[in-house]
Design a protein around this ligand. Structure first.
Ligand code: FCB
Length: 504
């Protein structure tokens, strides 16, 4: 294993180590089993169903799958630059070709249909639409997404578009990037343009994906333990800004979100729905008793202070302002109103819990318990498993902020997936992960939490940022040499679960 460690190594659950991978799929597995999994008639509707009309979605992002990095007038993004810089990505991988989805999108939509997806969350590459970030749009860029949306609609798959999944136009970065307030304005103009052109067919837009991830890893770096001390892990553009500049970057991203919400409302069709897709940090009560639940809820609100909390409350928490002090973000009252522009839904990416929590007599009223040494961990990433996070995250989004609708916009795990001798991929750890997590999500819906859909990360293996092609998160296996796609066993499981609208 490479010594390069992505943020998923410490922030995400990749797989259940207890399941074990050795010999996976080599015993009685065969083609017949795979076919049986596809064709068996469904048992009667089981208890524990999800609400009617629940979206069973799959997710991807532009840089991670499209390739065609410099085709049809696309401008470079900070990810093109970052990946082209030697030493940044495992094995020197880049997204230049990735899954070649730009040319194979029809095949990929057919695959989505085949695995039973009823919704698809993809991202739009800003520099494909505005090669310079602002100014003159590139019609060929828009045309690609227009064709993709038509293909999805024809397949009966609902398109959900993310406007920013980290691929900032390099031209804007060169002019100050997210350190500059102008980037927030430019983002709103781009968002308005997309809404004007595509909201006739796209009803749901996510503004920005994972504010926390790309600001913290891109503009500050994560310190993680490493042999002989610690090391810093980055995402593009790989900056290590002083504290005040960093907090200003965070502020500009939530401001960009608010401005984009307003621009979409102004330019999009009536009824277009908008929300963020944030990797909420969720504190989970270690014991389900009222005092611990209350403590975990308060901790969750504080943990998300510069992101979800400010977007949904229109103010930074006192604690956040106290902690950041003179290095805190500079802002106006008007900024706060924009940031808190009313939303139609809240999208949350949930991979694991941030921490377990117990109530405490001491301020702030909770204490973090963390994870014990022997806690079940992901086989690859060594990250603790936290299935109740996907119960508590939507619960708290509802109880804290009264969200009208909630989507789980990402959840999944990376596995050491291998093609077995019979050509199948028996990813038992992913199926177990999904069964465990989705049972908890169903529990939230049964409690009346308005979760409207689930998007699995990812539809297919792809370019996993600094990990390159090393971390396979897909339900479809991709041979990156031949571009052959093979649905894994989890894809067959997903089809059945989507069909029954209940965990199978
Ligand atoms: C999320 C990212 C997504 C993918 C998954 C594994 O944090 O939004 O692009 O990398 O993790």
């Amino acid at each position: 294993m490479t010594t390069r460690i992505s943020r998923r190594d410490f922030a995400k659950v990749a797989a259940l180590s207890s399941v074990g991978l050795a010999g996976c799929g080599r015993s009685q597995s065969n083609e017949a089993a795979a076919n049986a999994a596809r064709t068996a008639s469904p048992p009667p509707q089981r208890s524990g169903a999800f609400p009617q009309g629940f979206f069973w979605g799959v997710a991807t992002s532009a840089y991670q799958i499209e390739g065609a990095w410099n085709e049809d007038g696309k401008g470079p993004s900070i990810w093109d630059t970052y990946a082209h810089t030697p030493g940044n990505i495992a094995n020197g991988d880049t997204g230049d070709v990735a899954n070649d989805h730009y040319h194979r999108y029809k095949e990929d939509v057919a695959l989505m249909k085949d695995i039973g997806a009823t919704a698809y969350r993809f991202s739009i590459s800003w520099p494909r639409i505005f090669p310079q970030g602002t100014g003159k749009p590139n019609p060929k860029g828009l045309d690609f997404y227009s064709r993709l949306v038509d293909e999805l609609k024809a397949a009966g798959i609902e398109p959900f578009a993310t406007l920013y999944h980290w691929d900032l136009p390099q031209a804007l970065h060169d002019k100050g990037g997210w350190q500059s307030r102008d980037t927030a304005q430019a983002f709103a103009e781009y968002a308005g343009h997309i809404a004007e052109k595509l909201s006739d067919r796209i009803r749901h837009f996510f503004t920005i994906n994972e504010f926390r991830s790309f600001t913290e890893a891109g503009y500050k770096g994560f310190e993680i333990p490493a042999p002989g001390g610690t090391r810093t892990v980055f995402l593009a553009p790989g900056l290590k800004l002083p504290a005040q500049e960093f907090h200003q970057v965070c502020h500009h991203t939530v401001l960009a979100h608010g401005l984009a919400v307003q621009a979409i409302r102004a330019k999009g069709r009536q009824g277009t729905k908008i929300g963020p897709a944030e990797n909420i940090e969720v504190a989970v009560p270690l014991i389900e008793r009222p005092e611990h639940i209350k403590a975990a809820e308060a901790a969750t609100r504080e943990l998300n202070a510069p992101y979800l909390t400010v977007m949904l409350e229109g103010r930074y928490t006192d604690e956040y302002l106290k902690q950041t002090g003179k290095d805190g973000p500079k802002f106006t009252d008007e900024d706060m109103k924009i940031i808190a522009s009313p939303l139609d839904f809240v999208g949350i990416n949930v991979y694991t819990a941030k921490t377990f929590v117990l109530a405490s007599d001491q301020t702030p009223g909770w204490r973090e318990v963390g994870f014990s040494k022997g806690h079940a961990k992901a086989a690859i990433s060594n990250v603790p498993l936290g299935p109740t996070s996907i119960y508590w995250a939507p619960k708290f989004v509802q109880s804290l902020w009264k969200a009208k609708e909630i989507y789980v916009t990402e959840n999944g795990c990376a596995g050491e997936d291998v093609l077995a001798d019979d050509g199948q991929v028996y990813d038992t750890e992913r199926i177990t992960f999904l069964q465990t997590y989705l049972t908890q999500l169903q529990r939230a819906t049964a409690d009346g939490v308005p979760v409207k859909g689930y998007f699995h990360w990812s539809m297919m293996d792809n370019f996993e940022w600094t990990r390159g092609y090393g971390n396979r998160y897909g339900m479809v296996y991709v041979d990156f040499k031949t571009q052959k796609r093979t649905p894994k066993m989890s894809a067959h499981w997903f089809r059945e679960t989507a069909k029954q609208n209940a965990v199978v």
